[in-house]
Design a protein around this ligand. Sequence first.
Ligand code: ZN
Length: 467
Amino acid sequence: MNADVLARLKDAAGPKGFSVDPAEIAPHLEEWRGTWHGHTPLLLKPATTADVSRILSICNETATPIVPQGGNTGLVGGQIPLGGEILLSLARMSRVRRVDKAGANMIVEAGVTLAGAQVAASDAEMYFPLSIASEGSATIGGNLSTNAGGVHVLRYGMARDLVLGLEVVLADGRVLDMLRTLRKDNTGYDLKNLFIGAEGTLGIITAAALKLFPQPAEYATALVAVPDPRAAVDLLAQLQSATGGLLSAYELIARSGLELVLAHIPGAGDPLQAPSPWYVLAEAGGAARFALRQVLEDALAAAMEAGLASDAVVASSEAQRASLWRLRENLSEAQKKEGASLKHDIAVPVAAIPDFVARAIPAVLTAVPGARPVPFGHLGDGNLHFNFSLPKGGDGDAFLAKRAEVARVVHDVVHDFQGSMSAEHGIGVMKRDELLRYKSAAEIGVMRALKRLLDPNDILNPGKVLT
Ligand code: ZN
């Protein structure tokens, strides 16, 4: 890369705003699961929107590619400079600019961690509901750029649904100030939504106005044994009706997954008497006087009478609630300890989940006899982590060599159900080919046209999402 350009970029970022120290840069170049490795001549660490603006205008003028990065917790390689691009970390842009309790919103900068945003909300006795496993290091900028999902989407929506306004720096350095906190604003095209989920390919998100909610005073949490995914879907409607739509989480767990947790996670125990082929972890939150625990117990008793559930435990303390959640939260870790796995982040319409599971599992087992299905995830959103562990006693490398073949089998079934092959993790570099395979030519054409319009010199995260 041109030495003069590098000097200009360092100058634009200021003395504290860059690094060429290999030890400091190294952790930014590795995807956390070790799948992707990048390289870069320069790490930029702007502290203000004006810094980002100056940096991008130089990049644009000199056709210098640049890759934005938040907490480097992405799962599809979108945040790694694979082609030796300049690396732009937004970590120093970590101010909470304003919390407006009456307006139920807050304005935070892109580098605020998701956990930090949650704390800023709770300090004001409000609630920011986005919650994902990596929230300690993942940042708001990355969460919005990838439209993160997580365990509370059922009630509060994806990251996109939590945004009132956005501040974005365009490829040419212009600042698009859309940091409005309006609940209603019908003034033409909704530009902010172009940049959410775009993985930094259309502009750099530098700040966001986020929605806040009342803190639920009480949670009612249950682990329910259900005979099959069909019963789980029917039970979802019943529990939503019983709680007046206050369910915030509704997670499906296969017995195979629970058994991995029981085998690999110290201290984990089966809270129910007899094994069941499937489970649901359901949680509702609301005001204490709603007596949601009683409501949930009554609804589950009715569900058992109707044959939708065979057993259930409703948490009677915060400690018991936490131990039920640990069973769900340790599924990935337990699967990792079991050995090689093939993972798919899919969504289909909620009501189609039972038929999808019934078709996709045999299809994968035809391709890889003996593979062990470990499906789990956000049934309430129609989003499953449709995972498989290697056959018992099987060879991990041989199993992983089937990655592309198995993904094709799964995603073709997903497509038949009008589903999505990337429900909450994005496209990055991992699913670029899948995007071209499953989106219509018309959709791809509009996406390409937007990219050309907003980033004519192809400097913003080149090669990600679209090739
Ligand atoms: Zn998930």
